[in-house]
Design a protein around this ligand. Structure first.
Ligand code: URA
Length: 251
């Protein structure tokens, strides 16, 4: 079955493709006239669904445990994503200074149905990536920038990210991972607070609050463009080297 691609997915692919071309020194692209005309047209107005007014409530800054934080997330109504979610997805995994925290963008349909991060198709690939590194899924922590599913898997807005980020920031403090792996541009944008082009920045360590942070491709992107898996694997090998580990022999 073909991988489902959302509008957001297409835009991300296009961004990554253009960034890649630019990095290869390409300065001109031929674009079909019909495409240019279509791009120049004003998009058709889409009727906005009537939004329920959501009062942002302060998120406590002193959660003592991840469970307390997850319980708060479960009742959170700080942004509009609460209106369409079925479950909140706070994150899961090893919570006592694990080697790695993986941070994704936000729950998709399966995650929203099950209340667990990365349990759909992208999650199955993430599991393989984790195993290739020599870990079991339960030995790392997996979380997202936003804890509720954006409808149609669209990219969470800057405001939604900002309203939700206090949860991730406190999770990171409580978990205290040795390194963080940021999966895709949106995860990196959430962590660093600015837009991040993942093709250009992947594979180079940056820091989040004194913790080493490795940007790499999101597994959904790798499903759409498997030729990038070798780059992602190179990034994960840098993570292993930082942790003083080697990948186990391939099965
Ligand atoms: N994609 C994400 O970024 N997070 C998930 O939990 C699932 C898919």
């Amino acid at each position: 079955m073909a991988e489902e691609t959302t509008y957001h997915g297409l835009i991300e692919d296009l961004e990554n493709y253009l960034e890649y071309q630019r990095d290869q020194g390409v300065q001109r692209l031929e674009v079909d006239r019909a495409v240019m005309e279509a791009l120049a047209k004003e998009p058709e107005a889409v009727a906005e669904p009537e939004a329920r007014v959501v009062e942002a409530a302060p998120i406590p800054s002193d959660f003592k445990t991840l469970d307390a934080l997850a319980a708060h997330v479960a009742t959170c109504a700080n942004c509009e994503l609460c209106q369409t979610r079925n479950s909140t997805v706070p994150g899961e995994g090893a919570s006592n200074a694990p080697d790695i925290l993986f941070v994704g963008e936000g729950p998709g349909a399966e995650e929203d149905a099950r209340g667990r991060p990365f349990v759909g198709k992208a999650g199955r690939l993430l599991d393989k990536m984790i195993e290739a590194m020599g870990y079991q899924r339960g030995e790392v922590f997996i979380a997202n920038v936003v804890k509720c599913r954006p409808p149609d898997n669209r990219k969470p807005s800057r405001e939604e990210m900002d309203l939700c980020l206090p949860y991730l920031r406190q999770q990171i403090k409580l978990i205290n991972p040795k390194v963080i792996v940021g999966l895709g541009g949106t995860a990196m944008e959430g962590l660093l607070g600015r837009p991040v082009g993942i093709s250009r920045t992947r594979g180079v360590w940056v820091e989040y609050e004194g913790i080493k942070l490795m940007p790499t491709f999101h597994p959904s992107y790798l499903l759409r463009d498997p030729s990038k898996k070798k780059d992602a694997w190179a990034d994960l090998q840098l993570v292993l080297a930082e942790l003083g580990k080697e990948p186990p022999p391939r099965k």
